[in-house]
Design a protein around this ligand. Structure first.
Ligand code: BGC
Length: 373
């Protein structure tokens, strides 16, 4: 399958395309992927958007952007969030209801990517196209497309940022004492972020540059159930109490912003020096951008939700016309049953140094950066 390169300028134009209904469709997808695309469907069809619980700001933003973007493109939008309790079952019910109510495409940010097999079979039987959004859906042949930021790259950028921050902030050379955190085990992204980061960090652990004082380096040990801040904070409290009463903690690999702020809270409460401590993040949440500008959190990742939503709407517009949506990766995302054709957007690392440039097109974040300068 030919890799379809897309210039940054085209990415920026996606919103405009979504609004005008114009599409530059590529020949992506395979026979299974284009199932449901062959005939197209009504231009005012209902599109289901099933999002997980609101564990980070990006999910909240996505809901509003899908409502507005789909309406502007002429579709009806049915946007649902899995509620905070009983999320998996509720998301399963929401997806079933979308199928029953005649949605032509269902976009899913999975709460638990391994537990949607029954609902996706139901979707396939009804001729509904399924797009996995941000998180891959696993162990089913019935996910047609995947749209996300390049998650492995996110991990690599986080690993490199941890090394850079240690060098700049710790006030001493290697070796550095660090701890590692990963995301929720029910989210397929968690392993991808962690593996990307470990590609950069493992050689540095092996050569003694980094010392994981607790010895907890595998993904089961580092996991944060439900991506919950309180789980990260209590694990950090325990790590500090068990390993750092006399040793200095120099840095932590954190997979996202919510967890980074919980880790900072724990480190502060233990009376450690935060200005010499490095913690990574992801999502460009407003509170974390403030923290970065205040010299606390070291880095985050910009995964502009508006670009991801616009790319998804562009895919839906292609499907509506009976065309195969454009993809640019047909090798990386094996869900256990098949390689899901994907459209991946490039993530951007952000620190205090490049924040103004990175958020040039994000007025709210730019305001935070300017206010702090
Ligand atoms: C997303 C991250 C987010 C995390 C927790 C992941 O699947 O890719 O952006 O921080 O979920 O909500």
């Amino acid at each position: 399958m030919k890799r379809i390169a897309l210039a940054a300028a085209t990415v920026a134009a996606v919103t405009a395309l979504a609004l005008t209904g114009c599409s530059s469709s590529g020949r992506g997808g395979d026979a299974t992927a284009s199932a449901g695309a062959a005939a197209g469907f009504a231009a005012d069809a209902t599109i289901g958007i099933a999002l997980p619980d609101k564990t980070s700001e990006n999910w909240v933003l996505a809901g509003g952007l899908f409502e507005d973007g789909l309406k502007a493109a002429g579709f009806k939008a049915d946007v649902q969030y899995a509620p905070a309790s009983n999320t998996v079952a509720e998301q399963q019910n929401q997806i079933s209801a979308m199928i029953t109510n005649g949605a032509k495409v269902i976009v899913i940010g999975a709460k638990d990517g391994k537990q949607l097999g029954t609902q996706l079979q139901q979707a396939a039987d009804a001729g509904v196209t399924v797009i996995a959004y941000d998180r891959l859906i696993e162990n089913t042949p019935n996910v047609n497309y995947y749209v996300a930021f390049d998650n492995f790259k996110v991990g690599e950028l986080q690993g490199q940022a941890l090394l850079d921050g240690l060098e700049k902030r710790s006030g001493h050379g290697a070796p550095w004492n660090v701890e590692l955190f990963s995301g929720s085990p029910d989210d397929a992204n968690s392993a991808v972020f962690f593996n990307g980061a470990m590609k950069v960090l493992q050689p540095k652990i092996d050569d003694g540059t980094l010392k994981v004082v607790s010895g907890q380096t595998d993904i089961q040990q580092t996991a944060t159930q439900g991506w919950k801040a309180e789980n990260a904070q209590s694990r950090m409290d325990s790590l500090l109490a068990a390993n750092y009463t006399s040793a200095t903690i120099d840095g932590v690999l954190s997979p996202n912003d919510t967890l980074a702020r919980a880790i900072i809270t724990s480190v502060k409460q233990a009376g450690k020096n935060i200005s010499q401590f490095t913690v990574t993040g992801q999502d460009s949440e407003a509170e974390s951008v403030k923290s970065i500008m205040a010299g606390e959190q070291y880095s985050t990742i910009n995964k502009d939700t508006s670009l991801l939503v616009a790319q998804t709407i562009k895919m839906i517009q292609s499907l509506q016309k009976g065309e195969a949506p454009e993809v640019n990766d047909t090798t990386q995302y094996d869900n256990g049953v098949k390689v899901v054709p994907a459209y991946l957007l490039p993530p951007v690392i952000v620190t205090k140094e490049n924040a103004a440039e990175a958020y040039a097109n994000s007025p709210k974040l730019l305001e935070i950066v300017k206010a702090a300068q």
